[in-house]
Write a protein that binds this ligand. Structure first.
Ligand code: HEC
Length: 448
């Protein structure tokens, strides 16, 4: 994988490099080399709050960061990865929105970690450690747990995307009000996306499943079925996602769920996706009714999808595709009847979806007076770290407002997908589901 800075805006980089330069200048003059910073007092609270959601024993990360010794051993790599913003991974630009469960470091935290790790990295006194406020863990009530039918062992390295069809046993319409994924083999499950397949499309996913001899079927940009609805995404470290109070996504009896699992075996040997807790499974919180049914809206130019107008020329380092439109009159159709046409709606969660050649993207709302509300901006897209982000405050989209999405693709060769260690050849690209194709999609959890 090409080295890239995950999720650091040029602004943050600038802010960071100036504070780093300052600290480095101080450290030259100071005997301790790190302005008196110690692990216990300054670094451990940050590592516990911002690194250990992923860097624990047996996880999919290359090493654990649980003890002083762990952090000390990896201090050079930490100074570098935290310094240039690769770690912790947090794609959203802070010039756009504010999100819950923000994994990013403040400029001060970043500077402290880098100065400590780049200096003598002393441990300090355990009595000076103050536990970080980790917030209240998500209280997901597990009403149903759907495991992948058979443990699957990834065969493609380092990345493989595999879809599994899960039976939906409910006999009446139920609302999903929260979810999480519990990985089987924790070391190889990088992230997962859950889709719902309406009864009319079930035959299409069953055909995909039947055509692939191993468990599940190979998929990449989605579930393989265009009409599939997004239910949610899971990333490591997340204890679950509970949707806003009294809202939920309806799932009709006779539907199926598809879970797309991203296996990453860069740091581990592939094993069957099965652990002490069983196979990878989706755990859901359900309700018979909700006050406000929600929908996950997908936002893209229908022309890109239907007529393949999202042309990305071979070699183009910055192919830009944008779409702005007032959804009002079409809301009923777009939302499957959940949002009435020509009415206002609230957006609670925003996501963006491109494939490997995606470079940056923005999703925003424009009001009739020209003012804008930015929902999500990602300045350095990485397919590895896609997800959706819970806005701290929901954004209202008025009946006359327009929604816009803009995606930049780099098709010069720098961002070609790597399949079994070999970068794909540069060629013309258009809309589609596979690694050879691209997408430019906004994803929003919305309620009336
Ligand atoms: C959301 C999960 C996640 C979080 C949070 C996270 N990391 Fe990582 N880290 C990874 C993964 C996965 C890798 C392996 C490389 C990759 O896939 O990008 C990694 C790699 C690293 C590396 C090796 C990088 C290299 O290029 O050699 C360092 C150092 C590191 N992380 C430090 C940290 C520190 C310090 C924090 C907290 C401030 C942190 N990470 C937070 C997932 C995470």
């Amino acid at each position: 994988m090409p080295r890239r800075t995950a999720g650091v805006s040029p602004m943050k980089r600038l802010l960071f490099s100036s504070s780093f330069a300052l600290l480095a200048a101080c450290s030259g003059a100071s005997a301790t080399g790190d302005a008196g910073l110690t692990f216990q007092k300054d670094v451990r609270p940050i590592v516990e709050a911002k690194c250990q959601v992923c860097h624990v024993e047996g996880s999919f990360t290359p090493f654990a960061l649980t003890t002083y010794q762990d952090v000390y051993t990896h201090r050079a790599a930490i100074a570098s990865a935290v310094g240039d913003g690769r770690m912790p991974p947090w794609p959203p630009s802070d010039s756009c929105g504010s999100y819950q469960h923000d994994r990013s470091l403040s400029p001060e935290q970043r500077a402290a970690v880098v100065a400590w790790a780049g200096g003598l990295a002393p441990e300090g006194e355990a009595s000076t450690f103050v536990a970080p406020d980790s917030g209240t863990p998500t209280a997901l009530r597990v009403d149903t747990s759907l495991a992948i039918p058979m443990p699957y062992q990834p065969v493609s390295s380092p990345d493989e995307y595999r879809c599994f069809v899960l039976d939906w046993p409910q006999t009446t319409t139920k609302y999903v009000t929260g979810l999480r994924v519990v990985p089987g083999a924790i070391a190889e499950v990088h992230h997962a996306i859950i889709f719902q397949i309406a009864p009319a499309d079930v035959a299409a996913v069953q055909a995909l499943d039947a055509a692939d001899p191993a468990e599940g079927y190979s998929c990449f940009g989605g579930s393989g079925v265009n009409a599939a609805g997004w239910v949610g995404a899971w990333v490591p470290g997340s204890t679950g996602n509970v949707f806003p109070a009294d809202t939920g996504i309806a799932i009709a009896p006779g539907s199926k769920l598809v879970v797309q699992v991203h296996y990453n075996t860069a740091n581990t040997a592939p094993v069957p996706d099965q652990g002490a807790m069983g196979d990878t499974r989706v755990e859901l919180q359900l309700a018979d009714t909700v006050k406000t049914p929600a929908v996950v809206l997908k936002w893209a130019n229908p022309q890109w999808v239907r007529n393949h107008t999202m042309t990305i020329d071979a070699g183009d380092p910055d192919s830009v595709h944008a779409f702005e439109f007032t959804p009002g009159p079409f809301l009923g159709t777009l939302s499957g009847g959940v949002l009435p046409s020509n009415s206002a709606f609230q957006v609670w969660t925003a996501g963006l979806h491109m494939h490997a050649r995606g470079a940056k993207a923005t999703l925003q709302v424009t009001h009739p007076d020209g003012s804008k509300d930015c929902l999500l901006q990602i300045d350095d897209w990485s397919f590895h770290w896609q997800g959706s982000y819970d806005l701290v405050k929901p954004v209202k989209v008025g009946a006359g407002d327009s929604l816009s999405i803009e995606c930049h693709f780099d098709n010069s060769g720098n961002r070609q997908p790597i399949v079994n260690g070999i970068p794909a050849p540069v060629g013309p690209v258009n809309w589609g589901e596979t690694t050879e194709d691209e997408m430019c999609l906004g994803i929003m959890y919305a309620t009336p």
